[in-house]
Design a protein around this ligand. Structure first.
Ligand code: SF4
Length: 710
């Protein structure tokens, strides 16, 4: 094993890697840190208590995070798998929280990481550091209100009919009521009411019957069961905690909403930061559907005059009819009929809201019914207004993109929805997230094409991050002050893996370009040869469900190894089966590109069928490309290239999960070598030893297989 040196990027490329200086002075204690030991000392104690070994990348990262927290300058840290990055940010975060009696928020994209932090890392760390911090720090987890069971709904009225009832047959409805019954029983057993603790889970339709959004909630003081409310209890616990673990969606709602939902905080650590923009975009995306209008009508029907509610129902029918005449996809202009239908929804929702009149003293049940109805109408009205406003500016000046959904993938057709999403979220993040707080962003993949600039632009930060500041007392080149946005630095602490010695990047340059109609026969031949050479042990990452299924079907005929395909069973079960049987292969799509962590001989070959560009008809990617091109940039490279680079890096990152792992990342798409953008994409991948020679790679896989079988 050799540790890659810390590398500074962008403005830092020419700079000095001063954080590597072995002669550096320890970080001095600042006068207002409560006299707590410095971060190095805490990290050493934590690593010793948790049974680990000191890791240079982890130490560099912990120092940089501590400095960012102290100085208030934002920091982006790329830390490869195996760095121990959660400890590297949790130690300075805990120190800061205890020293200043404040809360530090840690945000993750996935439930898996949330669980790891809350159930494993933080409790052990808090115990280990308690003697040095003077007390045991406290930790809480906080999610959006929709994630907790609402006791008022459970004890209230009979469940309402689900949205789109017409689509449900009697069998589905009885399955739904069984699920809702199960949730009612669970409500008296659960201590947290947290949906993620319900195993197995329930479909969204069932969960909606026992949960409320923040707007639908009565508020603790008005709710008859407010003192027992799970969501309120979680919030109260969070308000007392040193560290609050949350998800990117709630972080975005807290930063951008009208009222804070997280406890007051000055420091945010965003782990899995490569996903931040997508998660924030999802939070800021809304839709209008006939089913949602029907639900709003049902909810307000008994509370306002019938003729006014009927007007909304008619507007919903009109919208559904208009959808039938439109093709799915992005709407560059607002068709007059659709504009009329959306305006009718807006006006009818407004009329319904006005019909409620002033809020009188009502019993709890009536209050709850009113709240549910009003919040649904508010949402309809605001969505319709936003949809209509989206078309006002010139095409290249627009902030929102509007599209009519199509039934994607191989699943059952879904009814059409008119969606509106922000073209960019950088401005929002810059103003609402980076403006009032110090933000540390981290992930194994933050530099694309060797630079933090691409993701920095998406976060709304000025180009050319400075290298992370040096430790005190070590000279460095002076940087001119920046006036064009929040100050931030980028630091790549490298990886404990020796990529060129541990892995091969094989690009099948001799294959044809990928086509539109499934996998070409040459791809299937190549795949069969690679899997045979590796003796299974293959994770196949495909750009579509259709391609994954096609590959699985063909290879089941040709190779004599167990072949698992996403969709055959639940993904966690398939991943477990794959990890337990070294001869098995697992083929699948998007969630496998990012979520598989299988160290050891079960995974020695990662195959990607094609460069994972967004679909050419993806409305959001298309609108983003257009916006970049209008500003004189390269829309394709900035949007599609960035998307592909992130996914490629994530996919390639599945190969080495421990320092003992060895293997091959094989990309069947020759454009990675031959296209003009290939260099940018290859520079976003870990520095594996590259080859385009199929004989070399098959030989390497056979040697690895024999070594694993011995
Ligand atoms: S306070 Fe809100 S979320 Fe909690 S039980 Fe009452 S209505 Fe439900």
């Amino acid at each position: 094993m050799s540790d890659a040196p810390a590398s500074m990027t962008s403005a830092g490329e020419a700079g000095t890697a001063t954080l590597d200086d072995p002669e550096r002075e320890p970080t001095p204690r600042s006068s207002d840190d409560g006299g707590l030991p410095p971060v190095d000392e805490l990290l050493t104690a934590a690593v010793a208590a948790l049974g680990g070994a000191p890791r240079p990348g982890q130490q560099r990262m912990a120092q940089a995070v501590a400095r960012a927290v102290d100085t208030g300058e934002h920091l982006a840290v790329q830390a490869g798998t195996g760095t121990g990055k959660s400890l590297a940010y949790l130690v300075p975060a805990l120190r800061h929280a205890v020293a200043h009696s404040t809360t530090v928020v840690v945000s993750t994209a996935t439930i898996a990481l949330q669980r790891q932090l809350v159930d494993r890392d933080l409790p052990r760390l808090a115990k280990a550091l308690a003697p040095l911090l003077g007390r045991e720090p406290t930790v809480a987890i906080l999610k959006g209100r929709r994630n907790y069971l609402c006791l008022n709904r459970v004890h209230g009225d009979a469940p309402e009919e689900p949205e789109g009832t017409a689509l449900f047959d009697a069998f589905e409805l009885s399955a739904l009521s069984r699920q809702v019954r199960r949730l009612h029983e669970w409500s008296s057993d659960t201590e947290t009411g947290d949906r993620d603790e319900l195993v197995p889970g329930v479909p969204e339709q069932a969960w909606r019957q026992v949960s409320v959004t923040a707007k639908e909630c009565l508020g603790m003081s008005k709710c008859p069961v407010g003192s027992d409310c799970f969501a309120e209890r979680a919030r109260a616990e969070a308000s007392r905690a040193d560290i609050v673990v949350t998800n990117h969606a709630l972080l975005a709602i807290d930063a951008m909403g009208d009222a804070p939902v997280l406890p007051e905080h000055e420091v945010v650590i965003v782990d899995e930061a490569h996903d931040l923009v997508d998660r924030v975009t999802s939070v800021a995306t809304v839709q209008l559907t006939a089913a949602e209008i029907a639900t709003a009508v049902r909810r307000c029907g008994r509370l306002i005059p019938e003729d006014i509610a009927d007007r909304l129902a008619e507007a919903g029918d009109g919208l559904a009819l208009t959808f039938e005449d439109l093709s799915p996809g992005e709407l560059l202009a607002l068709p007059p009929a659709l504009g009329g239908a959306v305006a009718a929804v807006r006006d009818a929702a407004h009329a319904c809201l006005s019909a409620f009149g002033p809020n009188r003293r009502e019993d709890a049940e009536a209050s709850a019914a009113r709240k549910m109805a009003v919040s649904g109408l508010d949402e309809l009205h605001d969505t319709a207004v936003r949809l209509l406003d989206a078309f006002e500016p010139e095409l290249t000046e627009r902030r929102d993109v509007v599209w009519l959904t199509r039934p994607w993938g191989d699943g059952p057709a879904t009814p059409p929805a008119l969606r509106v999403a922000p073209i960019g979220v950088g401005g929002l993040l810059r103003e609402k997230l980076f403006g009032p707080r110090t933000v540390v962003l981290t992930s194994a993949t933050l530099t694309l094409g060797g630079s933090f600039d691409t993701l920095g632009r998406q976060w709304g930060l000025p180009a050319g991050p400075r290298p992370a500041a040096p430790v005190d007392g070590v000279a460095t080149e002076e940087e001119p002050p920046r006036s064009d946005g929040p100050a931030w630095s980028g630091l790549d602490v490298g990886s404990p893996f020796d990529h060129p010695r541990s892995g091969i990047l094989y690009v099948a340059r001799h294959l044809p370009k990928p086509g539109r109609d499934g996998l070409p026969p040459e791809y299937l031949d190549e795949l069969a040869e690679l899997v045979t050479a590796a003796g299974g042990r293959t994770l196949g990452l495909f750009s579509s469900t259709r391609a994954a299924k096609q590959a699985a079907e063909v290879l089941r005929e040709r190779v004599d190894v167990p072949l698992l395909c996403q969709g055959d069973d639940s993904t966690p079960l398939l991943v477990r089966e794959f990890s337990e049987d070294p001869a098995a292969c697992l083929f699948g799509t998007l969630s496998l590109w990012q979520g598989v962590d299988v160290p050891g001989p079960s995974l020695q070959l990662v195959v990607m069928d094609r460069i994972p560009f967004p679909r050419p008809d993806d409305p959001l990617a298309t609108a983003r490309q257009r916006a970049v091109a209008a500003r004189g940039g390269n829309g394709f490279l900035s949007v599609a290239g960035t998307h592909a680079a992130l996914l490629l890096a994530q996919g390639a990152g599945r190969l080495l999960r421990s320092v003992h792992d060895r293997g091959v990342v094989a990309v069947l798409d020759p454009r990675l070598m031959t296209a003009g953008y290939g260099g940018f994409l290859r520079a976003s991948l870990p520095p594996f030893w590259p080859t385009t020679d199929p004989g070399v790679v098959r030989g390497a896989l056979e040697r690895l297989r024999r070594a694993a079988e011995d």
